[in-house]
Design a protein around this ligand. Structure first.
Ligand code: HEM
Length: 314
C-alpha cells in the first residue's frame, strides 16, 4: 500500500473510531433508563469504549507519522526526529494531535474510576470523545482558512464532525440492540421493547444531527468549493467524490425516513405477537444497510481531505 493510500485508510479508521468513542456513550445516555443504565454493561460495555479510545491513540500516532512523512515526501521509516518534532511542536495539526491523544488516554482511568456510575461514565467518555473527534478538524481542510471565514469554517467543520458522530454512534448502538434480540433468552421481550424504544427515541437526536450536518455541510461546501465552481464539480476528482458523497447521503436519508415512518411503527405494532421476529429482522437489515452507506461516506471524506478543493485554485 503506498503512503497516500495508507494515510486515507488511517484517516477513515480514525473518523470511525472517534465517532464511536463520542457517539456510543452519548447514545447510551439518551436511550437507556433506570435499571437499564445499571445493567448498561450488558448493552454497551464501557470496556468497548475504552478499547476504542486506545485504538484511537494508536491510529492518531500512526496518522501523525504518515502525515509527517507525506509532508516531507519521505517513506515513513525514513522520517527523521526533526521533521516529526517540527510537526508536533510547530503546527496546529501537532497541537490538535497531542490534545486528541491526551483526551483518549484519559478515558482509561475514567473508565476504571467511574465504572460503577454509568451516567457519569458515559457523559465523561462522550465529552472526551467529542474533544478527540473535534480535533480532527485540524487534520483536514477545516483549519485551512484565515480570519473570520476561517473561524466560521473551523466551527462548522467541528459541528459537522460531531453531528456525524451522533448519527454513526447511534447506528452502532441500534445495531448492537437489534442484534441482541436475535438471541433466544428469557428477557427477549424486554430486549425487543428496549430496541423499539431506542429506535423511536433516536428520531429527535437523528433529526437534529441531520439538520446540523446539512447546515454545516453547506458551509464547508461554500468555503471549499465556492458557488462559482459548482458547475465544474464533475470535472475534478474532488468534485466527483463530493457528488458521490451527497448521493449516498440522500440514500441514507431515504433509509432513515423508511426506518422511522414505516419499519419502527411496524415493530411497535408487532411487539408481543408472532410477527415481532420478522419486523425486527426487516429493521435490522435496513439499519445495517444505512450503516454500510455511512461507512462509505467516511471512506469518501477520508479521501477528500487529502485532495485540493476547487476553491483553493490548485
Ligand atoms: C451522512 C452524512 C455526512 C457525514 C457522515 C459527513 C461526514 C464528514 C466528515 C467526517 C468530513 C471531514 C471533516 C474533516 O476532517 O475536517 C466531512 C467533510 C465535508 N462534508 Fe460532510 N458529511 C455528511 C454530509 C454532508 C453533506 C450533506 C454535505 C453538503 C451539504 C457535506 C459536505 C462536506 C464538505 C464540503 C466537506 C469537506 C471535505 C474536505 O475535507 O475537503 N457533508 N463530512
Amino acid at each position: 500500500m503506498d503512503s497516500a493510500a495508507a494515510l486515507i485508510a488511517v484517516r477513515f479508521a480514525l473518523y470511525l473510531d472517534l465517532m464511536l468513542v463520542f457517539g456510543l456513550p452519548l447514545f447510551c445516555l439518551y436511550t437507556l433508563r433506570g435499571a437499564e443504565r445499571r445493567a448498561g454493561g450488558n448493552v454497551m460495555s464501557s470496556r468497548v469504549v475504552v478499547g476504542l479510545a486506545l485504538a484511537g491513540v494508536a491510529l492518531s500516532v500512526l496518522g501523525l507519522l504518515l502525515l509527517a512523512a507525506a509532508m516531507s515526501d519521505v517513506p515513513v521509516l525514513q522520517l527523521d526526529r526533526e521533521t516529526l518534532g517540527a510537526l508536533l511542536d510547530g503546527t496546529a495539526i501537532g497541537t490538535a494531535g497531542k490534545v486528541r491523544v491526551a483526551a483518549l488516554l484519559a478515558a482509561l482511568p475514567i473508565g476504571f474510576w467511574l465504572r460503577s456510575r454509568p451516567s457519569a461514565l458515559w457523559a465523561t467518555l462522550s465529552c472526551l470523545g467529542a474533544i478527540a473527534l473535534g480535533s480532527l478538524a485540524w487534520t483536514g481542510h477545516g483549519a485551512a482558512d484565515e480570519g473570520a471565514i476561517g473561524q466560521i469554517h473551523l466551527t462548522a467543520d467541528i459541528v459537522h464532525l460531531l453531528a456525524a458522530g451522533v448519527w454513526i454512534g447511534a447506528l452502532a448502538g441500534l445495531l448492537t440492540l437489534l442484534s441482541r434480540v436475535r438471541v433466544s433468552s428469557d428477557d427477549r421481550q424486554e430486549r425487543m421493547a428496549l430496541a423499539h424504544r431506542a429506535l423511536a427515541g433516536f428520531s429527535t437526536a437523528g433529526t437534529l444531527a441531520v439538520g446540523l450536518i446539512i447546515l454545516t455541510g453547506l458551509v464547508n461546501s461554500w468555503v471549499l468549493v465556492g458557488v462559482g465552481n459548482i458547475a465544474s464539480l464533475p470535472g475534478s476528482l474532488y468534485g466527483r467524490l463530493l457528488i458521490l458523497k451527497l448521493l449516498i447521503f440522500v440514500g441514507m436519508l431515504g433509509l432513515a425516513g423508511w426506518n422511522r415512518f414505516r419499519l419502527t411503527p411496524a415493530v411497535e405494532a408487532s411487539l408481543g405477537t408472532s410477527d415481532a421476529t420478522a419486523a425486527m429482522q426487516s429493521i435490522r437489515w435496513s439499519v445495517a444497510l444505512e450503516s454500510t452507506l455511512a461507512l462509505s461516506v467516511l471512506g469518501l471524506v477520508a479521501w477528500l481531505g487529502t485532495l485540493a478543493p476547487p476553491a483553493s485554485g490548485s
